[in-house]
Design a protein. Sequence first.
Lengths: 260, 260
Amino acid sequence: MKPELKVFKIGGGIIDHESDLQGFLLLFSQVAGPKILVHGGGKGASEMMKNLGIAPKMVNGRRITDAITLDLVTMFYAGKTNKQIVAGLQRHGINALGISGADGNVIQAVTRPVREIDYGFVGDLSEASVNAELIHQFITLGLTPVFCPINHDGHGQLLNTNADTIAASVAKAMSRKYAVTLHFCFEKRGVLSDVNDENSVIPRISLADYAELKESGIITAGMLPKLDNAFDALQFGVDKVVVEHALHINDELKTMLCLN
Amino acid sequence: MKPELKVFKIGGGIIDHESDLQGFLLLFSQVAGPKILVHGGGKGASEMMKNLGIAPKMVNGRRITDAITLDLVTMFYAGKTNKQIVAGLQRHGINALGISGADGNVIQAVTRPVREIDYGFVGDLSEASVNAELIHQFITLGLTPVFCPINHDGHGQLLNTNADTIAASVAKAMSRKYAVTLHFCFEKRGVLSDVNDENSVIPRISLADYAELKESGIITAGMLPKLDNAFDALQFGVDKVVVEHALHINDELKTMLCLN
C-alpha cells in the first residue's frame, strides 16, 4: 500500500488577510503525515504596481505578465509570501522548505504559446513537468515543501504560473509513489449549489454530477477551472480531491469530488 | 580525507550589474565539485523604497531594518535576486536550490540585541546557527545550495543578515565534514596594498601580516569586517580563504589568506 500524502492549495483570498493566513498555517501544521503546501499570489504585487504608478498591461481584457510584472510577482510570491509562510510554519515546528519550480529544478514549465494573445512570461505545466523523485527525497528528509507559483523554463527564464495547476500537477506526479489527497482551500465551505448561501455546500460531486451541474449553470464560472483541474487530477491517479474552507479544514462540511 | 567543498560569496556590486552577475554564474557553474553560493543584497530594495517615496530609517547614521524595509529586502533578496540566480544556474546545468535560513531551518539567527542602537529586524548568527547536516544532505542529492541573506528566528520572524557572516558561518559549520575553501568574490582582484592601484594585489596575507596591515592603515575600513570574518573562519576549521574578483575566479591573481 502506498503511504499517504496530502497536498494543500491556498489562494490569494487567504494570503491577503494576515490573521487568516496565520490561522490556516496553525491548522496546516497540525495535519498529520507527509504534506505539501502550494500557495497562490495575492493582491500585494498589484498594489505595489499601483503605488509605483505602473499600469497593469492588459490585452483583450486579459492581464499580461510583462517584465516588470514578472519581477514584482517573483518578489511577492517567491520572496515575501513564500518566506513568511515558511517562517510561520517553522514557528509551529514544521520543517518547511520554500521553493519555486526553479529550485532543484522541481518544476520545469514552458512559456505559454502565443495564439490570440501573448500572455508574456506565463508558464504552462503538466504532471510531466514535475520532478516527483526530488520532492519525495525532500519529504524523506522530513521537510514540508512549500511551492510558490513561480517556475522556470530551464533556460534561465522565470515564469508566472497558476497555483491550482501546480497543485494538481504535483498531486498527479506524486501519486506514483503516494496515495494523494488534494485539498483546494479557499473562502467557502465547498462547492455551493447557491452562490448566495454559504451553507448550500454540495457534499459529494461525481464526474457525472459535475457534467450536470455545469450544464444547468449551477456551478459558477470562477469554479470551473478549479474543478476541471480537480477532476483531471482524479482521472490521472490522485486518490481524493476535497474543496473546503481554509479555516475549517477539520470540519465535516466540505465537498468531496470523486469519479463515480 | 574530507571531501572538498567550495563556498563562494558574492555581493551587491556584482548583483547590481546584470551582465556581471551572468558572467559570474557562468564561471561558477564551471567550478568542479560540491559548492555553495551565498549572495548579498544590492541596490534594488533601496531604489524601490525611493520610488515608493519611503525614506530609509536611520539612527545615529546607521540604517535600521524596520518592518517595511524587511518586507522589501525579503522581496528582493529571497525573491527576485535568489530566483534569478537559481534560474540562471539551472540554465548552465547546475541544480541550484535557493534558500533562506528559514527554509529547512538551515540557519536560525537571533535578533541583534539592542545596545546603543536598535537595528530592528536584523539577525546575528554563528557557526552554531547552521544546520550543516541538512546542507550536507542537499549536496548529497546533487543540489547546489544558494543562500540569500534572509534568515529567521525560529519563532516566525524573518531577519535581515549580513551575507559575509552567513558565508563564514556556513563555511565553518561545513568544515566538520568537508575541507572547505571560502571564496570572497567582489569587484577587486584581491586585497590591495594601494586602493588606487588595481594591480597592487597582496598575494598572501598571514594572520601576523594582517595585524601589521591593520596597524599601518594599509587595509581600508571597508575590508576589515570581511577579513575579520575570513580569519575567524580559518581559526575555526576552514581550510583556505581566498579574496578575488568575481569575474576572474580562474586567474592566479588573488589574495590567499592563511593563519601562518
